[in-house]
Write a protein that binds this ligand. Structure first.
Ligand SMILES: C[S@@+](CC[C@H](N)C(=O)[O-])C[C@H]1O[C@@H](n2cnc3c(N)ncnc32)[C@H](O)[C@@H]1O
Length: 205
């Protein structure tokens, strides 16, 4: 299983999560970032081409060694400095109230203690700082949601701990963020059970 999760899965994500529909979403989610940004679950750096030039630096938190290596290649092609800043979004070794903005794309599904990660983002963001996200979760259609409930245990084992039934933006709001914008849709070219996303942004009050 370690070969699958540690070696193969990060490489599969690197390819499968780089299709045109996801690239369009990444471009939108990153478009209004500026200043110092903390990104949790930065993966293989697929957001790096979309960091705007007004971003002064990205502090990238990512546990997978393979993903970090893939990201290093990609990060050299962006003018925005990217600093690897730790392995675990649940415990950030970063100062309080420092960051202007935070970013996560398809990450909160995989972090075991989602609330610990959201609390950490709140801690390191400046008051009024914005958190931009796209996350997938429970679908509103009963049939799809029932399938998600049944499929989740196996899916989670195959997909590195990914849960398909978390509810966004409710979880983000519950953690203490104020949601400013949240759009829901099924992603193109993705199975419905894993493709219902919430794209938006929130602020630390
Ligand atoms: C589906 S991938 C998405 C990667 C990247 N955000 C993207 O959009 O391409 C989920 C990512 O969350 C990372 N992850 C898992 N547990 C984590 C944790 N505790 N803290 C931070 N990232 C974590 C995984 O290693 C993986 O890179």
């Amino acid at each position: 299983m370690a070969i699958w999760t540690d070696q193969m899965l990060p490489r599969i994500f690197n390819v499968c999560m780089n299709g045109k529909p996801l690239r369009e979403i990444r471009a939108r989610v990153c478009a209004d970032l500026s200043g110092d940004v903390v990104e949790i679950g930065s993966g293989s750096g697929l957001n790096a081409p979309y960091y705007p030039a007004v971003v002064t630096g990205v502090w990238a938190v990512e546990p997978s060694e393979v993903a970090r290596k893939l990201a290093t290649k990609r990060n050299t092609k962006t003018e925005v400095p990217v600093h690897f800043a730790g392995l675990d979004g649940q415990r950030l070794d970063l100062p309080d109230s420092h960051f202007d903005m935070a970013l996560s794309t398809w990450t909160l599904c995989t972090i075991p203690d989602l609330h610990a990660a959201l609390r950490e983002l709140l801690r390191v963001l400046k008051p009024g700082g914005a958190y931009h996200f796209v996350e997938h979760g429970r679908a509103p259609d009963e049939k799809v949601a029932r399938f998600q409930d049944r499929w989740e245990p196996l899916h989670s084992r195959i997909a590195g701990g990914c849960k398909v039934t978390r509810e966004f933006p409710a979880e983000i709001e519950r953690a203490g963020f104020a949601i400013k914008e949240a759009t829901h849709y099924y992603m193109k070219a993705a199975p419905k059970y894993g493709g219902y996303v919430c794209e938006g942004w929130a602020i630390k009050p």
